[in-house]
Design a protein around this ligand. Structure first.
Ligand code: XIL
Length: 408
């Protein structure tokens, strides 16, 4: 090797060392841990990307399951409370806040040097019983609900001021194509709690929600968060992504302080996959509005029964195919996020099949196996795929993130 070549090689090694977070890889010296032994937070940090998970405090505190805590502490650089910051958790009795679990969660994040995604300020679901009952039986009217919402946003965003990186200010406000009426709209099925919530508040409540959140917290990034917005469809009346796009574009043009769009990313292998260009194009269209984006609740579940005989569990060949399809879904969402410098974080909605909302939520037919690690904390194809994607990414397509400045 010529001197010049060696110098170049030395420089290259230095660049590699810098970009792997200081792990040196010199000949004969200490070797970096193999990619699959590196943490997700470490691998993602090379791109300035935060890698997160939803956290279940009961599992975190369970002495019989110490691995859960170890994984949360070591693997992730951002965390979301799976339920602890929802309205029903914070104000189970009207007028009496219960901050304990959410405060403990925030303290955990601080200790672990993790950024917090606040989830969630406005959502029609997981409301306290006193509130959902009042909405349903008509004892809480529109002006009352609006006043309650303003107070809730103000109290909660003030309580956590300075501790939240991204707030999901409004979650799942928009209907799905299979709901009635089928044209996408604010709300849900006619007569549902989701629709009553939207009707009582009127169409301007989103703008107000963001303004109230900003008034209480000048520094958090304020997000609209939803599912089934991974890719645009035909742009017509059944295209949810198009509806959300139009909605946030309008909010931006009205000067509403919205900073980002969260794409939940709850995927399922039986529905077929998006491809990376579809998802990248979608993220690009949102970030072209000067918004940040984040993948906020990623998982990729599968049907768990034998398709030919649903009384039987799926055969191992089926499960292998499903695991690989699940890995591909993670891969598509992660690559699209990596390729967009305004995609700030990639959060999974649980990381082990041992603690996942999927089997309790999707029961008919039974679904599961949507996480990166299996129920025994063993790595799955999806984990290896994500690790490989994070390790292999780099210039020119994948560049460091560009921080978003909170809009006033
Ligand atoms: C889920 C939780 O994971 C469950 O524990 C709870 O019973 C229901 O809610 N979209 C969201 C999340 O925004 O808040 C939901 O979390 C999953 C779907």
């Amino acid at each position: 090797m010529t001197l010049r070549r060696m110098a170049t090689a030395g420089l290259l090694a230095a660049v590699v060392a810098a970009s792997t977070g200081g792990i040196t890889a010199s000949a004969g010296g200490p070797r970096p841990p193999a990619t699959q032994d590196q943490s997700l937070r470490g691998l993602a940090a090379r791109h300035g990307l935060s890698f997160g998970t939803a956290v279940d405090p009961a599992a975190y505190a369970d002495p019989a399951d110490p691995q859960y805590k170890t994984f949360v502490d070591k693997q992730f650089s951002t965390v979301t409370a799976e339920n602890a910051m929802k309205w029903e958790s914070l104000e189970p009795t009207r007028g009496t806040y219960n901050w304990a679990a959410a405060d403990a969660f925030v303290a955990m994040a601080e200790k672990n040097h993790q950024l917090v995604r606040g989830h969630v300020l406005v959502w029609y679901s997981q409301l306290p019983g006193w509130l959902s009952t009042g909405i349903q039986d008509g004892t809480i009217d529109g002006p009352q609900l609006r006043a309650l919402l303003k107070k809730h946003i103000t109290d909660v965003a003030t309580h956590f001021r300075g501790k939240i990186w991204q707030w999901d200010v409004v979650n799942e406000a928009v209907s799905d194509p299979w709901e009635t009426p089928s044209a996408i709209h604010l709300g849900g099925n006619a007569g549902s709690l989701k629709q009553k919530f939207a009707d009582l508040l009127g169409p301007d409540y989103l703008a107000d929600a963001f303004r109230w959140a900003r008034a209480a917290d000048a520094k958090a990034l304020l997000f609209y968060n939803d599912y089934n917005i991974d890719a645009f469809g035909d742009g017509g009346p059944g295209d949810k992504t198009q509806f959300v796009y139009n909605m946030v574009k309008k909010l931006r043009s009205q000067g509403v302080p919205i900073d980002g769009v969260g794409s939940q990313g709850h995927l399922a292998t039986q529905y077929g996959n998006y491809d990376v260009f579809q998802v990248a194009d979608t993220l690009q269209r949102f970030t072209d509005l000067d918004l940040a984006v984040a993948m906020t609740e990623v998982d990729a579940r599968s049907l768990m029964k034998d398709a030919k005989d649903p009384t039987q569990d799926a055969a191992s060949a089926d499960l292998t195919a499903r695991d690989q399809a699940s890995a591909y879904n993670y891969h598509v969402l992660l690559q699209a996020c990596l390729m967009n410098r305004h995609c700030l974080s990639f959060t999974v909605w649980g990381f082990t099949d041992k603690h996942s909302w999927i089997p309790t939520w999707f029961t008919n037919p039974p679904e599961g196996a949507g996480c990166l690690w299996d129920a025994n904390y063993q790595p799955k194809k999806s984990l290896r795929t994500v690790q490989g994607d994070l390790a292999a990414a780099g210039p020119p397509l994948v560049l460091p993130r560009i921080p978003q400045r909170p809009r006033r």
